[in-house]
Each structure stands twice: as C-alpha cells, then as structure tokens.
Design a protein around this ligand. Structure first.
Ligand code: SDX
Length: 434
C-alpha cells in the first residue's frame, strides 16, 4: 500500500494563550479533511480526548468509503448498489483485497484457489463436540475460527506476501464451511462437506440445508439473494469489529486470531448482533397497532430500549444497504410465496419512525440490520445464525483491512492513551491500620 494522504493546509492550536503550534491539515481522495495530530503530545504535551473515536481517523485506508450524510457506500470506488446488482461476492472479495475488479483470467484463478481451500482439517471436528448442542452459533464460530491457528503454521509469518496471501485465501474459503458446521452441529445434523462445482453462496446453502438422506438442489433465486447479502455485508470502513481486527493485527498476531477477535466484537447487539435483535424486536412488536408503544419507549430516556436496526454512527440518512436489503426481501418473499406479518410491521415501523421528529432530528434511519433478519429467516436460517452470516461475509472485509494494515508503511502497534481520573499516588496501608 502506498500512503496517499495529501497535506492541503495547516491548522494552528494555541493552548491557554501559549505560542500557537502548526499542524498539517490532510485530505483524503474524497475530500474529507483531517488534522494530523500525530505530533500533538510531542509539541504541546497534550493528548486528544475522543471516547468511541467519534472524531478520530485511526488509519489511512483505500478500501471502503462512506458518506454518512449522502448515504453513500463505495468499495474501492464502486457504489454498493451497482456491485449488489451486477457483481458476485467472490468478485467483490477480489476487489476488496486487490483494489481492482479482476479480468476473466484473474477471476478464474482466484475462485479456483478459494474453491480448493474450502475443506477443514478433520480434527477441527473435535472442537465442535466440546460445545453443548444449544451453544450460540457465534460462540462456536468465535472459538473455531481462533482454533484454525492451531492447524496452519505455514501462513502465519505475516511479513511475507506469500504467507499472507495463503492465509487470506484459506480464511475466505473456510469461513462458510465453519459457519455451516456451526449450524449443523446446533441442529444435530451431520455436517455436509463442500462441493467444489458450486458457487460460493450455493456451496454455503448446500452445506447448511442438504441432508445425506436426499438430493439437494440450490434454488438460483435464493443463491443470488444469499450472494447479494454477502456483498452488502462485506466491508464497512473502520467499524468496531474491523478496528478490533486491525488492533489485534498491529501486534503481529496471526490472522486467524485476528479474525476471531473481530468475530467476538461483531457479536454485540449494538453491532453485528443487531440483525438478530431487530427480528426479535419486530416479533415482540407483533402487530402494527403496537408500533406507537415501542416508538414511545425508544424515545423515553429512562427506558434502555432502542429500536434495533435503526441508527448508525456514520449514516445520518438511509443506509444504502438497507435499501437494497428491503428490495431483496420483497424479491425473496415473492419468489417463495411467503407472506410474513413481521415484514408488514417492519415497513410500517420504517414509515412511522422516518417521519417522527425524534428520529429525523438525530439522523436515525434503518440500517443494514433492519431488514436482513426478515430475509434471512425467509431463506430458512434461525435467528441465532444471523450474526454468523454477517461474520461470514465480513471476514472478507476484515482480512482485506488486516492485509492493508500490514502493507501500510506507516503502520505501528496500536496503543491509545487515556485520561486518568483515578486516585493520585498514595502509600500502602497495612490491613491492621485500615
Ligand atoms: C452495524 O459502524 C458500522 O459501520 C457498523 C455496521 C457495519 O457494517 O459494520 O454498519 C453494522 O453495527 C449497524 C448498527 C447496528 N446496531 C443497531 O441497529 C442497534 C441500534 N442502534 C443504536 O444502538 C445506535 O444507533 C448505534 C450503536 C448504531 C449508533 O450509536 P451512536 O452513534 O453512539 O449513537 P448515539 O448513541 O450517539 O445516539 C445519538 C442519539 C442518542 O440520543 P440523544 O442522547 O441525542 O438524545 O440517538 C439516540 C441516542 O439515544 N439513538 C437511538 C437509537 N440509536 C441512537 N434512539 C432510539 N433507537 C435507536 N436505535
């Protein structure tokens, strides 16, 4: 990766009337400005204070760009709407990793490489049998992704391109097999091995829904919807789980441990766990006439309830992925002839909330998780598998960002500072004198 941030100006900081100190103003390729404060503590003895990194760029990146005001999402410059309609997940994976869309030869070589890494070491099987059958699939995925580092030692020298590429291909190839294995173990069915003549999405669907007792045909409409859902979830700038992967990777931790860290972070209901929480919430609302009661709870500061699937740290307008997801939901339900009362509640809730001053004023709109639960349950997945599917798709974004970080000449171990407000220095008092 070549660093491309440009200095476009300067800012001066004068603290309590002290001599002003100049700091460069940098700009990214889409024009967003940032003050370069890397030398702030050296020149002023001060740190910035920014819990949650609301105003902090933690890195330079050339992979994904979001304009929260416009509801714009670009993967390597290509709008998500175009990729969702015209591309495939594996082509998007190539794009995120390499920066350009592949030509036919490049695509064939990449997809063949991924296909040839889809199987798991057979001893991984024993890890699953250590879990209770009713363990949450995300507990199983988090544990088994990390366990992969115990099976592959030839791809952990992250300073070598060849080793990094091998790890990237293995992780992208094996995550659907692991995810399907979590599901099969959960429902007490035998696991289904990958079948190399199927697409990435088709292979995953077959590993989830085929049983040895009967033939299984991939439904092309469901396969296309699954592939599109993977594209929508593939990457999203420096969100909580991606930042976790980067921070873990900055210490030189092996790629499987880094992906396990990101998986654990994604599980939270404020992040990737929101798709499961949103569908549960829509089920709790149950009928359109109960929507006002839940809107009132969401606005009530004394009530911890929030509208799951609504709001976003960056999008202050409609999440473009939610728009594509809503369309996909209608396509899948229509194709499968499913009428789902929850969809009616979701549509009405979106209409009411996006016209309610409390939400409009705060820029709270449906995000990617609002509709995904409805379409995923229509595809046949239980609610506790939704975040596993999110992690499956986001693994490609995580490993692309991990790779970019290791190739970034300016990267160093991540080590945020803090504002200490604890006890000042004091002497120990023995227990008899306390
Ligand atoms: C994902 O970062 C990413 O890119 C994440 C993601 C990705 O692809 O990686 O896009 C995936 O995580 C999507 C978000 C999924 N989470 C949810 O749907 C959970 C519900 N949403 C909220 O928890 C919340 O909106 C967050 C966590 C998503 C964003 O939190 P912020 O930016 O910290 O928002 P905030 O807490 O500063 O909220 C601002 C105001 C507050 O009210 P005031 O103090 O101004 O009066 O909006 C309110 C909040 O109380 N608010 C909500 C709300 N979300 C924010 N009120 C009701 N319901 C909500 N959902």
């Amino acid at each position: 990766m070549e660093n491309k941030v440009k200095q476009t100006g300067t800012s001066t900081i004068s603290i309590d009337g002290a001599e002003p100190v100049e700091f460069p103003v940098l700009s990214g390729s889409m024009g967003q400005p940032a003050i370069d404060v890397r030398a702030l503590s050296k020149h002023t003895g001060h740190f910035t204070f920014d819990p949650g990194y609301t105003s902090t760029c933690s890195t330079e990146s050339q992979i994904t760009f979001i304009d929260g005001a416009k509801g714009q999402l670009l993967y390597r410059g290509y709008p998500i709407e175009q990729l969702a309609e015209k591309s495939t997940f594996l082509e998007v994976a190539y794009l995120l990793i390499n920066g350009e869309l592949p030509n036919k030869t490049e695509y064939k070589s990449f997809s063949d490489t991924i296909t040839n890494h889809t199987m798991l070491h057979d001893q991984i099987e024993s890890f699953f049998h250590g879990f209770r059958r009713d363990s949450h699939p995300m507990a199983m995925l988090t544990g088994t992704v990390g366990a992969l580092s115990g099976f592959y030692h030839d791809d952990q020298h992250t300073t070598e391109d060849e080793a990094r590429n091998l790890a990237i291909h293995r992780i992208i190839a094996k995550i659907p097999t692991l995810a399907a294995r979590c599901y099969k173990y959960r429902i007490g069915q035998p696991h289904v091995y990958p079948q190399n003549d199927l697409s990435y999405a088709g292979n995953f669907l077959r590993m989830c829904f085929a049983v040895p007792a009967e033939p299984y045909e991939v439904n092309p409409v469901i396969e296309k919807a699954m592939d599109k859902i993977f594209i929508l979830h593939a990457d999203h700038e420096q969100n909580a789980s991606t930042s976790t992967v980067r921070l873990a990777g900055s210490s030189g931790a092996n790629p499987y441990a880094c992906i396990a860290a990101g998986t654990a972070c994604l599980w939270g209901p404020s992040h990737g766990g929101a798709n499961e929480a949103a569908l549960n919430m829509l089920g709790e609302i149950g009928t359109v006439d109960r929507i006002p009661e839940f809107i009132a709870r969401a606005k009530d500061k004394s009530d911890p309830f929030r509208l799951m699937g609504f709001g976003h740290r960056v999008y202050k307008s409609m999440d473009p992925r939610a728009t594509v997801m809503r369309k996909t939901t209608h396509e899948v339900l229509g194709e499968l002839g499913i009428t789902n009362p929850v969809l009616e509640v979701a549509m009405e809730l979106e209409k009411i909330a996006t016209n309610e001053d409390y939400f409009v004023k705060r820029g709270l709109y449906p995000n990617v998780d609002f509709y995904s639960g409805i379409v995923l349950s229509a595809l046949g997945f239980p609610t506790d598998m939704f975040t596993v599917l999110f992690a499956l798709a986001r693994t490609t974004g995580w490993i692309s960002q991990w790779n970019e970080m290791l190739e970034d000449p300016s990267q160093r171990i991540g080590r945020p500072r803090q504002l200490y407000t604890g006890a000042p220095e004091r002497d120990y008092v023995s227990i008899g004198e306390r």
